[in-house]
Design a protein around this ligand. Structure first.
Ligand code: 13P
Ligand code: SF4
Length: 355
């Protein structure tokens, strides 16, 4: 979190102490800033009202300038707000795509616009690079639902049963696991193990969805995503009754009865691809709010119904905090070396499986 509010005289004085004059951000909306960012506004104008642009544009320009100077790359998850997703990100995607791109990054600095477990994954795959997260408090209810000690207890309760761990977990938990998965490869990862029974943790609903796609017996945990668990089947049925033509696309972190109401279930990128491939006239994305905005930018012929829920952790990442991060090179993500090697192995096994 910025120690002082970005753009104030106090913040500028601190920035002057760490940056050469040529790199000091000017956060006023000048005609030059308007001209330099016009192509970006053109891209997002359907989802960002003109009145908001003068507040975003100076930050966008400052971040893009500083990114080059710092040799930094910005990785942004599909749940980032459109001014981040479309205007400052170098790489966008779901958890798997971001993990893959993180392993290929040749910049010296990675700024992770997403939640803490995503930044940890980037650090695991780039131990020699500086990985920054604009707000250290960007957590995840799934990651908070389980500890390394819980995984060790599960292994004792189910001796010999392999453990597949969703990337939405801490490095401690990954270190106790055989292999990681994301929502886009969970079924494939489970089946790759050739086992009759597999422990899939910590998301109970993702595990239940995987169970509908495979004959492997799945044992799970009671973790839930605080965003997706709030959707209800009743609310989706009401939308369908009101508008029988609407297509309903759900993330596998939703409860099973919600998934039963969906026309398609997939990871955030799977959902985006479904909209691109099917070009529905009306769609309801049963997931975090910013997804609809981000997809709407490239889907002018689709109307988005938006009973979305906000992820308070993802929403901690803002343009001012990204700028603050690049100016002061913080918050740096570090991982205890005692767990990093084992956690990295679990992530790399997953990535290698997809090659
Ligand atoms: P994806 O891997 O599908 O992007 O999911 C990550 C996440 O946090 C969803 O809530
Ligand atoms: Fe975690 Fe859910 Fe937020 Fe994704 S949307 S980061 S799973 S709390």
């Amino acid at each position: 979190m910025p120690t002082v509010q970005t753009g104030t005289p106090e913040w500028e004085a601190k920035a002057q102490a760490v940056l050469p004059p040529a790199l000091l951000p000017d956060l006023t909306y000048t005609p030059e800033v308007a001209a330099e960012t016009a192509h970006l506004y053109e891209r997002v104008k359907r989802v960002i009202p003109p009145i908001e642009w003068p507040g975003f544009a100076p930050y966008i320009k400052a971040i893009n300038d500083l990114k080059r100077a710092r040799n930094a790359v910005v990785l942004a998850h599909n749940y980032m707000t459109p001014e981040i997703f479309h205007c400052v990100a170098d790489v966008i995607g779901d958890s798997l795509q971001l993990a893959r791109e993180a392993s290929k990054a040749d910049a010296e600095v990675i700024v992770q616009c997403g939640v803490h477990f995503m930044a940890e994954t980037s650090k695991l795959l780039n131990p020699d690079k500086t990985v920054l997260i604009p707000d250290m408090r960007a957590g995840c209810s799934l990651a908070a639902s389980i500890t390394g000690a819980d995984v060790r207890a599960l292994r004792e309760a189910y001796p010999g049963v392999p453990v597949v761990t969703y990337v939405n977990t801490s490095a401690d938990v990954k270190a106790e696991s055989d292999i990681c998965c994301t929502s886009s490869n969970a079924v494939r990862v489970v089946e790759s193990l050739g086992a009759k029974r597999v422990i899939v943790i910590p998301d109970e609903f993702l595990a239940k969805w995987v169970q509908t796609q495979t004959d492997v017996e799945i044992i799970t945990w009671k973790g839930h995503c605080e965003v997706h668990e709030r959707f209800t089947a009743d609310e989706l049925r009401a939308y369908r009754e009101a508008d029988p033509g609407v297509k309903i696309i759900a993330h596998p972190e939703c409860p099973p009865d919600v998934i039963d109401e969906a026309d398609f279930t997939g990871s955030t990128s799977g959902m985006i691809k479904w909209v691109e491939d099917n070009q529905p006239s009306k769609v309801l994305l049963v997931t975090e709010c910013s997804m609809s905005d981000n997809v709407a930018v490239d889907a002018p012929n689709t109307e988005f119904v938006r009973p979305c829920n906000l992820c308070p952790h993802m929403k901690r990442i803002t343009l001012p905090k990204i700028l603050d991060s690049l100016v002061f090179m913080k918050e740096e993500v570090t991982i205890d070396p005692a767990v990093a090697d084992r956690a990295r192995m679990a992530v790399e096994r997953m990535i290698n499986l997809n090659h």
